[in-house]
Write a protein that binds this ligand. Structure first.
Ligand SMILES: Nc1ncnc2c1ncn2[C@@H]1O[C@H](COP(=O)(O)OP(=O)(O)OP(=O)(O)O)[C@@H](O)[C@H]1O
Ligand SMILES: [Mg+2]
Length: 256
């Protein structure tokens, strides 16, 4: 039996003035799938995520989430309904500890504590504190609980960011270059964390290095100058002539 689609994009486009940054992108993602998104700089990958997450309004086309057309859903509603993203650049409060960063996220989800900029008092909100401890313990990051984010390595910072994204139990997790600028060891740690996420969580992950996607993603989608030029298994995409041409140049691709 075919699994249901969690996400369907139909003829999606985004134009900034006269510049077509995304043009007529149609694709479907099945619930639970792990999809890698690659493409050269400026291909439109982050713009696509911005539209799915509700940070940018499409110029044309539609975005469906399960059975709902969500083009007009505000970004907070998408988050509430399970669409959660991380950003290409770090989105943590650097001067706060890991625990404080997580508290701020959880209390926003919880909604009982309304001062989103100030961490909730432990005496009044013990369950929030328990949740933070549990999350850090589950993901093996409890040793960093009291450390200020600015004092952590970049690799650990990005792990914390992913933990923050999954704190609200997302259904569709959009990861924008979670391994950018990392050493091989840090990349392996991020990938291992991603692989440990519950199998029902659908993941779309932007990545520059196609090799990182092998063995970890079910499918790879390639964007080039705003259009979708390949969609298949990592093996299929790696040998796709159009993809080779973009990454290696025409002549090299012909000889490869
Ligand atoms: N708000 C904006 N206004 C005008 N142009 C924009 C805007 N946002 C993005 N662009 C342009 O759209 C194109 C695609 O940008 P986008 O950030 O989606 O690319 P990307 O594939 O994520 O690239 P990278 O790999 O460098 O992160 C770029 O040429 C960028 O300059
Ligand atoms: Mg980007």
């Amino acid at each position: 039996m075919k699994k249901e689609n969690i996400l369907s994009l139909k003829g999606l486009s985004k134009h900034f003035g006269g510049i077509k940054v995304i043009e007529d992108v149609t694709l479907e993602v099945t619930a639970g799938e792990r999809v890698g998104l690659i493409g050269p700089n400026g291909a439109g990958k982050s713009t696509l995520f911005n539209m799915i997450a509700g940070d940018l309004e499409p110029s044309g086309g539609s975005i469906s989430y399960f059975a709902d057309m969500i083009n007009r859903w505000p970004n907070y509603k998408r988050t509430e309904q399970g669409i959660v993203r991380t950003f290409q650049k770090n989105n943590l409060m650097l001067g706060l500890t890991v625990k404080e960063n997580l508290l701020l996220v959880l209390q926003r989800i919880d909604k009982k504590h309304t001062q989103w900029w100030k961490t909730a008092n432990k005496k009044n909100y013990p369950s929030l504190y328990e949740k933070v401890e549990k999350l850090l313990y589950e993901w093996g990051l409890q040793e960093y609980s009291q450390t200020k984010v600015q004092d952590l390595s970049y690799g650990v910072q990005r792990q914390i960011e992913i933990i923050m994204a999954i704190a609200g139990n997302p259904k569709l997790l959009l990861l924008d270059e979670p391994t950018a600028g990392m050493s091989q060891l840090e990349t392996d740690q991020i990938i291992s964390l991603i692989n440990k996420l519950p199998s029902e969580v659908t993941i779309m992950m932007i990545e520059h290095d196609i090799e990182v996607l092998f063995g970890n993603m079910d499918r790879v989608i390639v964007l080039h100058a705003g259009t979708l030029i390949a969609d298949g298994s990592p093996e299929e995409v790696r040998v796709n002539p159009d993809v080779k041409e973009i990454y290696m140049g025409k002549e090299e691709a012909a000889n490869a």
